[in-house]
Design a protein around this ligand. Sequence first.
Ligand SMILES: Cc1ncc(C[n+]2csc(CCOP(=O)(O)OP(=O)(O)O)c2C)c(N)n1
Ligand code: SF4
Ligand SMILES: [Mg+2]
Length: 304
Amino acid sequence: MAEKITIKDIPDEEYIYPGTRACSGCALSLAYRHALKALHSDGGEIIVTVPASCCTVLHGMYPVTSVKFPMLNCAFETTAATASGIKAALKAQGKEDIIVVGWAGDGGTADIGIQALSGAAERETDFIYVCYDNEAYQNTGMQRSSQTPFKGFTTTTPIGKMEQKKNVPAIMAAHGIPYVATANPSYPFDLFKKFKKAKEMKGATRYIHIISPCPPGWGFDTKDLIKIGKLATETGIFTLYEIINGDFQLTGVSKLIAEGRKKRLPVKEYIKAQRRFRFLTEKDIELIQKNIDEKYKEYSNKIM
Ligand SMILES: Cc1ncc(C[n+]2csc(CCOP(=O)(O)OP(=O)(O)O)c2C)c(N)n1
Ligand code: SF4
Ligand SMILES: [Mg+2]
């Protein structure tokens, strides 16, 4: 696969019909759209399993659906277990070429689904697991998850969450799986490329963690979706990287920032653009900025 992806590499075919039941300006829809194009390119079939989440809402209610591929709804905590079952059934039928994908929210991954995911990864189950991280239980009314950021407002953290976010990609990397990546739908070429790589690396679990800005949950206008996603990476709060067979590499804008080829923006720009962060004090923002500065110092030291 060419190192540089351009618009010409993105297939025209759509796998999500226009008019889904997701909110307008939803990053999940955008990420799903480009991921499906990458997974389908060069032919091949996929089966996706999705637990209770905004993604099930996107799909619509039986007997109608907004997608063009086989998808199995599963219980909230069972994405990786269901994907493992699908994989085993396909193997029994000799259909080993079909790619199995588990696609879950942050609650379904980092909280209730983590034991099934950890077990599947340890057993080297051959499937792609995706967590789209909208940083709360958005589908049920914006409750806190372990992915809600420090001081983020949710309906169960009315003065802001007091704890830090759990680092799920690092937990998955600690399983020694061959491919871990982060992605951001505001950078579709980087996302597309990562899904193509995950598709090619068969034989064990591959994990992709996608930041997924959510206008009603995060408190911004739908027109600002791309801007908010870009700010997440341009301020350094959400880093783009890959860990291939244990080798950590920054990608895209995060790489340019660490190499000093692009200026990192102050995190205040990301925070001030979202109503969920309205309780943050100047001191809180300073602390978040300090953490990002330290993280980037480490990245730059690695590169030098
Ligand atoms: C065992 C169980 N507990 C609770 C629920 C209710 N429930 C359905 S979706 C959901 C939240 C999902 O959050 P997340 O995984 O982050 O996906 P999002 O809705 O944010 O897309 C909850 C709590 C459930 N379906 N099953
Ligand atoms: S609540 Fe947020 S994540 Fe869920 S469909 Fe709406 S915009 Fe997307
Ligand atoms: Mg969520």
